[in-house]
Ligand binder design. Sequence first.
Ligand code: MLT
Length: 397
Amino acid sequence: MKINEHFLDLKDSYLFATVGRKTAEYKRAHPDKEVIRLSIGDVTRPLAPAVIAAMHKAVDNMSRTETFKGYGPDQYCYAYDELLDTILASYARKGVTLEKGEVFVSDGAKSDCGNILDIFSVDNTVLVPDPVYPVYLDTNIMAGRKVVFADANEGNGFLPMPDERVQADIIYLCSPNNPTGAAYTCEQLKAWVDYARANNAVILYDAAYEYFVTDARCARSIYQVEGAKECAIELCSYSKTAGFTGVRCGYTIVPHALVRKGTSLNKLWARRQSTKFNGVSYITQMGAAAVFTEEGEREIAENIGYYRENAKIISDCLDSLGIWYTGGKNSPYIWLKCPNGMKSWDFFDYLLENAQVVGTPGSGFGANGEGFFRLTAFGTHENTRRACDRIRALLGK
Ligand code: MLT
């Protein structure tokens, strides 16, 4: 028996597990202090009423023989038509035409980010931005793939552009970006699409935060860029869009036009999913199917508006302190420069010990994140305001 030794190349623990452990240690040592978490991007608003009603109805259907559901339909890898239709309609509103067979429903973008790698050879070179959502990097380290980095930094507004000298086969892009909150315009994404096509590469485009885009120039889907269907897979999630972090549902788009050496990547992914996955629960799918309806969209827009207000509260606080940051406009994340040249984990400790506010150290997202820090707008108004008051009182000194 041999273990997969590539696991030994990983850092000891997943970033958010380390943040959680350090926070728990602090709370144990200071039971009298109240800690406010603006660290992991986990939502706090309840599900939209339209989603709840649809899930209740689905539960009732499960209670009667005539309406009971077992495995989902296998034609579209266990996704129900009701759900697929709403996903296609939401794309149509963004000006993108898709077919049902191009949409794969899953239990979330994080799982698909890792699982999609099954269809690619381990010999591929992978390009990931630095800093980056740790899942892209860790899943490739686990598989033993060669990883190269695209420099995201203050100079390029944390939006790296393609470098013709770099040869990559798989490219990860996330826009609006986790962790930096920076968002690509369609024009900028066009350069990536051109680069991918010229290099025969495939882009894995994480659009989990697209509902936070307000700037009309920024992309909501990579397929808004001409030629993207021939070179990109898009990963989407109901987690941040509709508060599904505890429900689990997402969808991945693998266009029929994505073909390499005569092989359809859509067919490979369908084969992978039908073999290793039995679909998302009927109740969850019915809840998700209520998200992109007229009523659902109105209700989720209210929740997203709520988080946007939090982002504004945080941005205003940083503005008043003269602290540099990106994000917060088209994104629920605010990526700030640690004051006085502090290192990320030092600032984490400083903020926890002196203001009892928890954020995420930028260095946990990559070497280029050193000296930066991420705050999330997914908290409650009350906690966000109180955290900002504490930050202002501490750093304004
Ligand atoms: C984050 O805080 O970066 C997100 O919660 C990660 C995720 O969605 O898995």
